[in-house]
Write a protein that binds this ligand. Sequence first.
Ligand code: AP5
Length: 218
Amino acid sequence: MNMVLLGPPGAGKGTQAKVLSRDLGIPHISTGDMLRESVKNRTELGQKAQHHMAAGDLVPDELVIAIVKERLEKSDVEKGFILDGFPRTLRQAEMLDASLAGIEKGLDLVLYFKTSLDTSIARLSGRRVCEKCGANFHVKNIPTKQEGVCDYCSGKLYQRKDDSKETIKTRWSVYERDTEPLIRYYFRKGTLKEVSGDLDVDGLNRILMDIFREESLI
Ligand code: AP5
């Protein structure tokens, strides 16, 4: 199953993608995670991407398109993939269509996680991420057993630099300007399904599994 998770910052895309990847046995491809890894490793891409990310702006299309193209050539996407945070512009969406057509694939589903700016701010300002395994927590909604320590690997938790209230607002405006038009793009193609990003993690997961069954994708 080839799917895209679309939605504003903090809608819960990454959280669901991790659960779905585990349950469906297909890779979770997050451009945000790939870019953060490049920044951490101080690669050329990381150095070019860093200031855009810190400001809450998008990294230029050509840089992101190149890493996704390379990723989709790996053999583990044979059974399917979950794209999280890509595409984010019409140009990226068109490139994705062209790339998939080139390898005789297509998108089965685009899941649009709808939520509000208030929910986004509440979630992102409380988000904590494990520096070792990348697991996501939330100080109130999804607390760890021990404060500041990952439940899965005992790694140290940190707060993303772009999760400050001001940068969340910038990311939200960028989303409305550049990414929201993709809702119409995929609606017209007949691949879009809207779900409420406001549901709790398990409730939303049940709804997604129902959609997969209805669409005969599992
Ligand atoms: P990226 O990492 O993709 O950030 P984002 O899209 O802003 O998404 P988030 O990770 O903030 O939100 P999410 O929806 O995944 O929520 P999550 O599940 O983590 O991108 C970062 C930056 O990289 C961009 O700003 C840009 O600069 C660059 N970039 C990336 N892709 C790009 C592209 N294609 N083109 C150009 N630039 C690109 O959940 C958030 C919090 O809420 C967590 O604490 C979680 O525990 C909690 N939570 C999740 N679900 C629930 C729930 N159902 N109920 C209660 N709490 C929940």
